[in-house]
Design a protein around this ligand. Structure first.
Ligand code: ATP
Ligand code: MG
Length: 361
């Protein structure tokens, strides 16, 4: 990666995907100037409306350009009523996940000061954990290829040693970095169902092997059903939570609900050489075009992107910009910013303005 200048492939997609992406790019520009970091962006065509217009949901040229970029920033894709000829949904983000082998679906779940949390307990203000959803195998191994007969249907759960080792190492390294920042010991809790499925007992065994490489980080296991309960009872108790694909899919929506909803849920899909940063939400047809979509999730995803680029050698300026962007989001909400999804008056552009104003833009 060329030092200090990065190329970002931008896939705004459909519906509010385009709105939250535009707002985020508008914040990144003054942020980059301020930190003296070079960010060049290239906007690429893909998504449901592109499919409707051209018959191609994800042109190979867009994929190639995304693959060649240093990082990928994605809005959201898909639209009700627009489906491929075979009836499947339009989801280029899934193509990216599989083609670029983005095994770690990283979903930070953090209470933002001023944003109402779902729990009355004052400790809920301290919710700060990260779900890591394995994103290439698990129960999604056979998705779209499951066996359906007249009398039964069957899908396959697949857990591999190679992916579990990578996922576990990713989780422990993340816990180390979080521990260094927060000045306390990190803890990685594998979420599984090892009491019932041999595949999860296998996953646990592989995870435990990796845990031994990280003696400074605590390691634990939790059954997924108990985790669903405990994420509601005491979510502030958790740190880094790697889990299987389907469990992560479900728990990350539950987790988003704890801290203000989808508009506050950033995510990153990370592989060995590529990463896609996007809000966890979809295209929200019900509110698209109204200027009221909450861009916070995308702004926080962009902060994750800057941090990831810094860790890959783009330079300290990127890490500083990431920290400032996150602090600016927190500061804006702490100062009274209230988006429509939490019952407030502030639309997409107002959030971008308020966040940029925090760092003097
Ligand atoms: P997908 O299938 O892509 O996950 P979905 O059907 O789960 O999509 P979303 O598009 O994520 O749905 O929207 C779910 C609900 O949350 C909708 O009512 C939508 O308006 C709301 N929502 C999602 N994202 C935002 C946002 N950024 N700001 C405000 N509301 C949002
Ligand atoms: Mg959804």
């Amino acid at each position: 990666m060329a030092s200090n200048t990065v190329r970002i492939a931008v896939l705004p997609g459909d519906g509010i995907g385009t709105e939250v992406t535009e707002a985020t790019l508008g914040v990144l520009e003054p942020l980059a100037k301020r930190h003296g970091i070079g960010i060049s962006t290239e906007t690429l065509a893909a998504g449901a409306f592109h499919y409707q217009a051209t018959g191609d949901a994800f042109p190979e040229a867009s994929f190639r350009a995304a693959e060649a970029a240093d990082a990928i920033l994605l809005g959201a894709m898909g639209w009700p009523g627009i489906r491929k000829a075979d009836g499947t949904e339009i989801a280029p983000q899934l193509d990216l996940r599989f083609r670029l082998k983005l095994y770690a679906g990283v979903r930070p779940v953090r209470a933002i000061p001023g944003v109402p949390v779902a729990l009355a307990d004052p400790r809920a203000a301290g919710i700060d954990f990260v779900l890591i959803r394995e994103s290439t195998e698990g129960l999604f191994h056979s998705s779209g290829k499951g066996l359906v007969t007249e009398d039964y249907a069957e899908e396959t759960l697949r857990i591999t040693r190679a992916t579990t080792e990578k996922l576990s190492r990713f989780a422990f390294r993340l816990a180390e970095r979080r521990a260094a920042k927060r000045g306390r010991k990190g803890r990685v809790t594998l979420v599984d169902k090892a009491n019932v499925f041999r595949a999860f007992a296998f996953m646990r065994g592989v995870f435990d092997g990796v845990a031994r490489e990280f003696p400074a980080v605590e390691s634990a296991h939790h059954y997924v059903d108990a985790m669903a309960l405990d994420l509601v009872r005491h979510p502030w108790a958790f740190d880094v939570l790697p889990t299987e694909n389907m469990f992560g899919d479900i728990l990350s929506d539950l987790a988003a609900g704890l801290v203000g909803g989808m508009g506050f849920s950033p995510s990153a899909d990370i592989g060995d050489d590529h990463a896609v940063f996007q809000p966890a939400h979809g295209t929200a047809p019900d509110i698209a075009g109204k200027g009221i979509a909450n861009p916070t999730a995308t702004l926080l995803s962009a902060a994750m992107m800057l941090d990831w680029l810094a860790a890959r050698g783009a330079g300290q300026g990127f890490a500083d910009a990431a920290a400032e962007l996150e602090a600016a989001v927190d500061g804006a909400f702490a100062a009274g910013l209230r988006t429509a999804d939490i019952g407030g008056p502030d639309g997409t552009a107002a959030v971008a303005r308020a966040v940029a104003a925090r760092f003097g833009a």
